[in-house]
Design a binder for this molecule. Structure first.
Ligand code: GLY
Ligand code: MN
Ligand code: MN
Length: 488
């Protein structure tokens, strides 16, 4: 019997009425009409009915209302983003854009949220890729068909879950392009859509949208705070996992630590919120050491900066600096205690009404005092602070907003963030450090190669602050006894 080939197929056709498209990887040499017809039928109806809305649906609706109020009469487009190629036909894991997930609670790849202006606000629609079509074979012949990548929600299921109308995303570019009037889009997530709407877009106006959404996230609601606590709780367990396997890390490399924390992040959450920094020995002086391919040696310190990202995409950002053999040396402890004291001063400066810069200034003052006390800098401390001389060893700012992005609200205006005032519901890190590079000839030899950072996630409350990561010991003695307990 001669196999008949399926009709010739156009590249990339994803339209509902596109003819059968073969996998490009050669898995299928051809599809007979009989097989194509056979695959069209015999499938059960799996439509899900009476689905409860996702927990954050009301929160997302409130955020959309705030967005609507800021841009009355304007068409707003917030894409979730597309897959990115890693190599040939493999892709990076998809992570929806923060803006889209924040405004919908959804994380579907290729999706687009559109706010269409109406006489009294906006009508929001989530444009999503619907279930794969069985008639045209895309469900099994297209690389993004459900048979290959898993079942998706139908548009009707999406409406029940998200609490807003859902439409077919394959029509959104043409539909928006056909409408008159300007559009604002969050750039950087969906190049195809930006191209389709190019003649309606303006870079400055789009940036205003992005900045507004960044600022909207400065104060977290109750759902977000709960998610941040979950992220931190999983992170605490991830740090405990690492302590339990330090001997195996010594026998291998920093990668054992990275892999151990990653396991916890994937089992309990969506992912890690950023590349884990598993920096043993002198690597601890490299601020973003993510190669994690070095040795782990008894007698040295491990700086572990890692955070679990929850399924709703909120991340923790926690650092502990641990003696690999469980006991700090005298010098390690002296430097550790200085950083701890600086962190205590920083945390104490976090309260509503305080300036964002206050906790940084408080921590820097303590570190400057210590550096003068140890004879590494000439005093007085005021002169050191005025000239910023301590920064040779403190290197970075003392903290940042935390949320769906580890460096959250990053494009908020200076006046509302860095020069702004703290409010209840803000969540930020307090993470002072001291780093003596291995080749720093200005410090005594025994200091060289020591890097210490302590980082906690601090929620601004009505009357001060609450340390979300307080379950993880910080004081040197407590760190030692916690490690001893975990290692039995
Ligand atoms: N983990 C990056 C940071 O602490 O900002
Ligand atoms: Mn960190
Ligand atoms: Mn941080």
């Amino acid at each position: 019997m001669t196999e008949q080939r399926a009709p010739e197929t156009p590249e990339g056709g994803n339209a509902p009425d596109a003819p059968i498209k073969q996998r490009k990887n050669g898995l299928y040499q051809g599809v007979s009409e009989e097989l194509a017809a056979n695959m069209q039928s015999g499938w059960a109806d799996t439509e899900l009915r009476d689905l409860a809305p996702i927990e954050q649906a009301p929160n997302a609706a409130r955020r959309r209302a705030a967005l609507s109020a800021r841009f009355p009469g304007e068409r707003l487009v917030i894409p979730a983003g597309n897959l990115k190629t890693r190599s040939n036909d493999t892709e990076y894991a998809f992570r929806a854009s923060t803006e889209y997930a924040y405004l919908t609670g959804d994380q579907t790849q290729d999706a687009v949220l559109v706010l269409e202006p109406t006489s009294d606000g906006h009508e929001a629609t989530a444009y999503l890729l619907p279930r794969s079509d069985r008639e045209n074979g895309e469900f099994w012949l297209d690389g993004q068909g459900e048979l290959w990548v898993g079942r998706r929600h139908s548009l009707s299921e999406g409406e029940q879950l998200l609490g807003l109308p859902c439409s077919d995303v394959r029509e959104v570019a043409d539909a928006l392009a056909a409408l008159d009037g300007p559009v604002r889009i969050v750039r950087g997530h969906d190049a195809g859509l930006e191209e389709a709407l190019a003649d309606k877009l303006d870079a400055e106006r789009d940036e205003e949208l992005r900045v507004f959404l960044s600022e909207l996230r400065l104060v977290k609601d109750a759902f977000e705070i709960g998610e941040l606590q979950k992220a931190v709780d999983s992170t605490v367990r991830g740090f405990e996992d690492v302590v339990r396997v330090l001997d195996r890390a010594e026998a291998t490399s920093e990668r054992y630590i990275e892999g151990t924390f990653f396991l916890r992040a994937r089992v309990e959450g969506n992912d890690i919120g950023y590349g884990s920094i598993c920096a043993a020995g002198p690597h601890a002086t490299t601020l973003h050491w993510v190669r994690n391919d070095g040795p782990v040696r008894s007698g040295e310190l491990l700086l572990l900066d890692a955070g679990v990202e929850t399924h709703s995409l909120y991340t923790a950002d926690v650092t502990r600096t641990l003696p690999i053999n469980g006991r700090f040396t005298e010098l390690q402890r002296r430097i550790y205690d200085a950083v701890y004291e600086a962190q205590e001063a920083g945390i104490a400066a976090v309260r509503p009404g305080a300036k964002f810069r206050d906790f940084h200034d408080a921590a820097q003052r303590v570190l400057a005092e210590k550096l003068v006390e140890w004879g590494l800098l000439d005093g007085p401390v005021e002169r050191v602070l005025e000239l910023g001389l301590q920064r040779r060893w403190t290197l970075h700012g003392t903290g940042h907003m935390l949320g769906m992005d580890v460096h959250d609200c990053a494009v908020a205006r200076t006046e509302s963030y860095v020069d702004g005032v703290l409010e209840p519901g803000m969540c930020l890190t307090v993470e002072p450090g001291l780093y003596f590079q291995a080749d720093d000839l200005t410090v005594p030899e025994e200091y060289r190669g020591i890097g210490i950072r302590i980082e906690d996630d601090i929620l601004v409350t009505e009357d001060g602050n609450h340390n979300l990561s307080a379950a993880l010991p910080r004081a040197a003695d407590e760190v030692e006894s916690w490690m001893a307990r975990l290692r039995g």
